[in-house]
Design a protein around this ligand. Structure first.
Ligand SMILES: CC[C@@H]1C(=O)N(C)c2cncnc2N1C1CCCC1
Length: 309
């Protein structure tokens, strides 16, 4: 039945010019595309640089919302930390600029969104694909730790998947410089699910806390739910403090079980280092694809001219 004119929903397409944003420092124009989502103070959009056609993921933070100085400090720290980082498995920081009412942070666009989205679709991941993800994250994490940075908030939603199906560590908002144990911050921050026991006991974050979080990521990819999840926060905290997660499924390979057990160890010093993890059987034995199979993503592949099939 042809939709009569009055029944066609009027799509309120705002005039095009209101979707153009200009970087006052360079005069470069950017066309604001679809809303990617919201995170913290930011609304996130796809942004296209008009002159080059290059696409970015932009965090747009309304300056009106940055009322408290510590909020502005947090944004400035994220920028100052992230802009110095260049690694294949760390989300690329392109640039930032301010307009009259917003701060724009332009980041590498990851067409396949995050591991959190992927897992919502697929529920669990095969060991070979989890191995591939873990390998990418380990390489990115090695780079951060080598530069004296601890991420502190590794979770599926902060692990982004590029157009080439490579995993990139993002959201450096909570990353902090490595400090000697006595001077470490002790306030608890980040999602409760992946916080390490020593962080809950306010003994501060060392690189070992990232290893614990990575263990939680690996567990969630292979099993389909976080290792420490329960109806109330107190119960979750208790489970974390005792490193008490459910028995690993018997279908898990011996090397996966052994690595998970090592990473989810209560004492930080008893956990493996990143180098030890990279040389563990789980990472070295068995087939590891270079990148995630496209079949995983819910975003259709971009038809490339040279497809041979
Ligand atoms: C721009 C914010 C964030 C992000 O950091 N990157 C790199 C990203 C890159 N590509 C797509 N989305 C990204 N996101 C999403 C947007 C909504 C929530 C998190």
């Amino acid at each position: 039945r042809r939709a009569s004119s009055d029944s066609v929903r009027q799509v309120s397409s705002r005039p095009l010019h209101s979707r153009i944003v200009t970087d006052p420092a360079t005069g470069n124009g950017y066309y604001r595309g679809r809303l990617l989502g919201k995170g913290g103070f930011a609304r996130c959009y796809e942004l296209m640089e008009v002159s080059s056609g290059r696409m970015f993921a932009a965090k747009v933070i309304s300056r009106a919302k940055l009322t408290k100085p510590q909020h502005r400090d947090k944004v400035e720290r994220e920028i100052s930390v992230h802009r110095m980082l260049h690694h294949k498995h760390v989300v690329k920081f392109e640039k930032h600029f301010e307009t009259e009412d917003s701060i724009f942070i332009l980041l590498e666009l990851c067409n396949h969104q995050s591991l959190a989205h992927l897992l919502r679709k697929r529920h669990v991941m095969q060991e070979a694909d989890a191995r591939c993800c873990l390998r990418h994250i380990l390489l990115g994490l090695q780079y951060l730790h080598a530069r004296g940075l601890v991420h502190r908030d590794l979770k599926l939603a902060n692990l982004f998947i590029s157009g080439l199906m490579e995993v990139k560590i993002g959201d450096l908002g909570l990353a902090t410089r490595l400090r000697p144990p006595e001077s470490r911050r002790r306030t608890v921050c980040g999602t409760p699910n992946y916080l390490a026991p020593e962080v809950l006991e306010r003994r501060g974050h060392g690189p070992e806390a990232d290893v614990w979080s990575l263990g939680c990521v690996m567990y969630t990819l292979l099993i389909g739910r976080p290792p420490f999840e329960s109806r109330d926060l107190e119960e979750t905290y208790r489970a974390i403090r005792h490193a008490a997660y459910p028995p690993l499924p018997i279908l898990l390979s011996p090397s996966a079980r052994s690595l998970l057990t090592a990473m989810l160890t209560q004492q930080p010093d008893d956990r493996p280092t990143l180098d030890e993890i990279l040389s563990h059987d789980f990472l070295t034995k068995g087939f590891t694809p270079d990148r995630l199979p496209l079949a995983f993503s819910s975003v259709p592949p971009v038809p490339s001219a040279k497809t041979d099939q």
